[in-house]
Design a binder for this molecule. Structure first.
Ligand code: ATP
Ligand code: FE2
Length: 340
């Protein structure tokens, strides 16, 4: 193992909001030294928070060890420990927080509780050298359009019910699609959609700047069950409808804020069709289209480590007795003094 001492300091970040347990290590100058992700795969159906939390507890030491090995540093080289404090599933968040508290007190370093959504935005900015994007964050548990204004990231629009990724996943499960190990349902829908030709009218629900996907999901499942439509056409229509909704809201946020960058992130950002649609509205508004490699778009420890660096170097830390997890911690509640 080559050992290198980070010049200024470095932060270890723990991510455990949902079905992934991940540890990342970032230096104070934005180098990502490690990003190890261990995904919990439910035997069938959706994720069960307590089963996922058990996976996190069982894998924590192995993932930590791998991260140190990959980074080529020792625990005592760390300057600060960050963890995802919310929003997310209670049992999962608590497992990550417990590991973080134990590490911080053992090493005698400060702790930083990071907002998961802030972290997605910050790693996207880091990886794209972006300064001030409108962000579209779409995953299995989140769907939001956000941008910085007056000290905080503001939510311009969000889902009123289920997340876009969840809509795709439930549809795929109802259609009886089978996953290969590590293959997300969204990617299977994407593949089928490529061979779809016919656009079937489906419920399109944007209310103000907010979106709703549950009616779209129900209608898609009902059409599926009727059995007289091609699955490829349904996948295509579901994608076109759902993506048009998020893109409409993103475009309005872009027009309103006149920002010059659009960042697409979250697990669903891997979708080529969605990338193409977001790229095209970015171009229409003379904004730069940015997205991130999958490793940094899905839930990952590196984004928590990097957000931890930003917070810590701007004087934000979390005393142990204030490090309780916040299941519904909203993005706009967080002050981000490092953004000007
Ligand atoms: P979060 O906790 O942020 O809500 P998550 O636990 O849902 O995240 P992610 O890995 O960020 O985890 O996102 C997973 C989602 O991304 C799933 O709904 C999955 O189907 C979807 N997804 C992955 N690849 C694609 C793709 N190519 N097209 C569409 N959706 C995709
Ligand atoms: Fe996430």
């Amino acid at each position: 193992m080559t050992r290198r001492k980070p010049m200024e300091g470095c932060c270890l970040g723990i991510e455990s909001t949902a079905d992934d347990f991940s540890v990342g290590i970032a230096t104070f100058n934005g180098e990502i030294l490690a990003n190890i992700i261990s995904a919990y795969m439910p035997p069938e159906g959706g994720i069960h928070p307590r089963e996922a939390a058990r996976h996190h507890a069982e894998n924590a030491s192995k993932v930590l060890e791998e991260a140190f090995k990959k980074a080529g540093i020792k625990p005592k080289d760390l300057s600060v420990i960050a963890f995802s404090q919310g929003p997310g599933l209670g049992p999962c968040l608590r497992t990550g927080a417990t590991v973080a508290r134990a590490l911080a007190s053992y090493l005698g370093v400060q702790l930083v509780g990071v907002n998961h959504c802030v972290a997605h935005i910050e790693i996207g900015k880091l990886k794209n050298d972006a300064e001030d994007p409108v962000t579209l964050y779409v995953s299995g548990g989140n769907t939001m359009v956000a941008a910085f204004d007056a000290g905080r990231y503001r939510v311009f629009g969000e889902t009123l019910d289920i997340a876009l990724g969840n809509c795709l996943d439930v549809f795929a499960r109802e259609a009886g699609l089978r996953q290969k190990p590590g293959e997300p349902f969204g990617a299977i829908v994407e593949k089928l959609a490529r061979n779809g030709r016919r656009l079937i009218p489906l419920p399109y629900t944007v209310k103000g700047m907010d979106m709703s996907f549950s009616g779209l999901l129900t209608a898609s499942i009902n059409m599926l069950k009727k059995g007289d439509l091609k699955l490829e056409d349904l996948c295509y229509s579901l994608q076109e409808t759902a993506f048009s909704m998020v893109v409409e809201v993103t475009e309005r946020a872009l027009a309103h804020t006149e920002k010059k960058e659009v960042l697409l992130t979250g697990g669903v950002a891997a979708n080529r069709r969605l990338q193409e649609m977001v790229r095209s509205i970015a171009e229409e508004h003379d904004a730069r289209f940015c997205t991130v490699p999958k490793e940094f778009a899905v839930d990952n420890g590196a984004m928590i480590a990097w957000a931890g660096v930003l917070a810590f170097t701007h004087g934000v830390t979390t005393p142990i007795d204030e490090s309780f997890v916040k299941l519904r911690w909203r993005l706009e509640e967080v002050e981000v003094p490092w953004v000007k």
